[in-house]
Design a protein around this ligand. Structure first.
Ligand SMILES: NC(=O)c1ccc[n+]([C@@H]2O[C@H](COP(=O)([O-])OP(=O)(O)OC[C@H]3O[C@@H](n4cnc5c(N)ncnc54)[C@H](O)[C@@H]3O)[C@@H](O)[C@H]2O)c1
Length: 258
């Protein structure tokens, strides 16, 4: 089960915290892996880590801005040239403006939508010509595409999860259902995961009071760790999920279940 031998998997936004864990997961299951990301330094570090842990695998890394359609086209062209096809697309990108609600402008909103909404749409639409029947797409939503952040979870001046992020994630949830309908005709499945709290930056993970409050929101009374997203994504991408499409799988320790 969960055999990805001779399958090409591309993770866009794959050099990040969850992307790194997913890269290892797909390689463990035998995939040919392409990791695309905006951040060339993160890509380089990931490439070095993967080379050490999976010396028999030649992982392709590509610097790409998922908000720029021409760059997405050129990524898929390179994948088609090397592998002839793309079996699994994982979209793990996101953008936020890094501003408070009061500072945020319509222009900021539009700029982040270019990655979160139109970027997520374009990444899928432009991949379809190289995706054969039986392929799978996994998008990244979030619990903040389902519920609003509660300001009282954010101590010591931390900003609540921003509006442009949550709106983008809510869009991905509906996009997943719509794309599943369109792609179903070609036997391509489209699903999403909606992670809960997987904090990793010093600002968040290093703030004990914040972690305590986040943990208390979960039925398991803790935050998630990167390897805990991998099983859900690998499952949705695999042939074992062949009758699962249009689904949004929460991986949030029960935060949105009560
Ligand atoms: N970590 C969490 O708590 C959490 C919770 C819910 C959802 N998510 C979602 O999980 C996914 C992975 O996030 P993460 O936690 O690994 O964060 P991360 O910041 O470590 O990874 C995101 C990666 O996306 C890349 N990226 C950003 N904009 C891009 C663009 N325009 N083009 C290409 N790459 C781009 C970044 O360089 C980064 O490497 C995201 O979609 C995020 O919204 C994360």
């Amino acid at each position: 089960m969960f055999d990805f031998t001779h399958k090409t998997v591309c993770i866009i936004g794959g050099a990040g915290y969850l992307g790194t864990a997913m890269s290892k997961g797909f390689l463990t299951q035998g995939a040919d892996l392409v990791v695309a990301d905006l951040n060339p330094q993160r890509l380089q570090e990931l490439q070095a880590t993967l080379k050490e842990q999976f010396p028999q695998k030649d992982v392709m890394t590509v610097t790409v801005d998922a908000g720029v359609p021409a760059q997405i086209d050129s990524l898929y062209k390179r994948i088609a040239e090397r592998y002839g096809k793309l079996d699994v697309l994982v979209n793990a990108t996101y953008a936020n403006a890094g501003k408070s609600f009061d500072e945020l402008t319509e222009e900021d909103f539009d700029r982040t939508n270019k990655v979160n909404i139109s970027g997520s749409f374009g990444m899928v639409k432009r991949a379809l010509p190289i995706m054969p029947e039986g392929s799978a797409i996994v998008q990244f939503a979030s619990m903040y595409g389902i519920v609003s952040p509660n300001p009282s979870d954010y101590p010591n001046g931390l900003q609540p999860n921003p509006i442009e992020y949550g709106v983008g994630k809510a869009a991905i949830i509906q996009m997943t259902r719509y794309l599943a309908m369109v792609c179903g005709k070609r036997n391509i499945r489209v699903n999403a995961v909606a992670p809960g709290a997987f904090p990793y930056t010093t600002l968040h993970a290093g703030n004990d009071e914040f972690i305590k409050r986040l943990s208390a929101k979960s039925m398991l009374n803790r935050i998630g760790k990167a390897p805990e997203i991998v099983g859900a994504v690998v499952f949705l991408a695999s042939d074992e999920a062949s009758f699962v499409t249009g689904e949004v799988l929460s991986v949030d320790g029960g935060v949105t279940a009560w």
